[in-house]
Design a protein around this ligand. Structure first.
Ligand code: 2AL
Length: 252
């Protein structure tokens, strides 16, 4: 089984963190390939960044389809391009916010999200409304460290653990969700420090994608996630006009 984990930003060092987290949960016979987006922003921490990261995500999925990839993980906490990727891929596509929030609802009554910048918290709340039952997301808290500074901060684990511990108490939550793919390597350390489950979406999404393939389940091609209708695309996006594959064989 081949799982492609797409880092929607263009920073290769962050892809290495993502890859290590995904590989740590890959079972025997599962090949994890982490890819860095070939176009777009160096980090994603605004709606503008997020919108302009989507073509790179879709190009990575289209290329994966040509190469025979079985499933995809979108490894940015805004889940950029998730629904569009589902229209392109034969196999399942899982977003890290989606996987982390669903996992958190299996582990406790309420979760709190610890993320990067305050300006990204609105997106996290929007995704919680989509993925979690009402009331399950108890809070979204920013450590105010920009994405590209996460791996430069020698006290990052301390800062995230302190914030997460305070957030749990303030929100009445019992699970923590890490709100950035660049925090993927912190889950165990932070969990040991604060004594509750801490969910890294990269690991959760990789494990979930792997499970869906093992179960023989894929995105339904009936209705909304059917391949996009062909049409001309213009200008810088003209290369996106053609669907990468015909998914005529996708039945489930
Ligand atoms: C992210 C993430 O996961 N990757 C990125 O570039 N930005 N999320 C975030 N909340 O800042």
């Amino acid at each position: 089984m081949r799982i492609r984990v797409v880092n929607p930003n263009t920073t290769a060092a962050m892809t290495a963190t993502i890859e290590a987290s995904a590989r740590a949960v890959a079972g025997p016979g599962v090949h994890v390939e982490a890819v860095t987006s070939a176009m777009g922003p160096a980090s994603i921490e605004s709606h503008y960044d997020e919108a302009l990261s989507v073509p790179g995500v879709l190009a990575a999925v289209a290329e994966g389809e040509r190469a025979g990839v079985d499933a995809y993980v979108i490894a940015c906490f805004g889940d950029p391009g998730l629904d569009a990727a589902r229209e392109l891929a034969r196999g399942p596509v899982v977003g890290i916010a989606e996987a982390a929030m669903h996992a958190a609802t299996l582990l406790g009554r309420g979760f709190t999200v610890v993320t990067t910048l305050e300006r990204t918290t609105g997106r996290a709340w929007d995704l919680a409304a989509r993925y979690a039952p009402a009331g399950a997301c108890r809070g979204v808290h920013a450590c105010e460290i920009p994405v590209l500074e996460l791996d430069r901060d020698p006290f990052l684990a301390d800062r995230v653990a302190t914030l997460a511990g305070a957030a749990l108490a303030a929100d009445g939550a019992d699970v923590v969700v890490l709100g950035c793919a660049g925090m993927a390597d912190l889950a165990r350390t932070v969990s040991a420090r604060i004594g509750v489950p801490v969910v890294d979406g990269v690991a959760a999404a990789t494990a979930l994608a792997q499970s869906l393939v093992t179960l023989g389940l894929r995105t339904s091609a009936r209705g909304e996630f059917a391949p996009p209708p062909p049409k001309p695309y213009s200008g810088a996006l003209s290369g996106f006009a053609k669907s990468p594959v015909s998914r005529g064989s996708r039945a489930m």
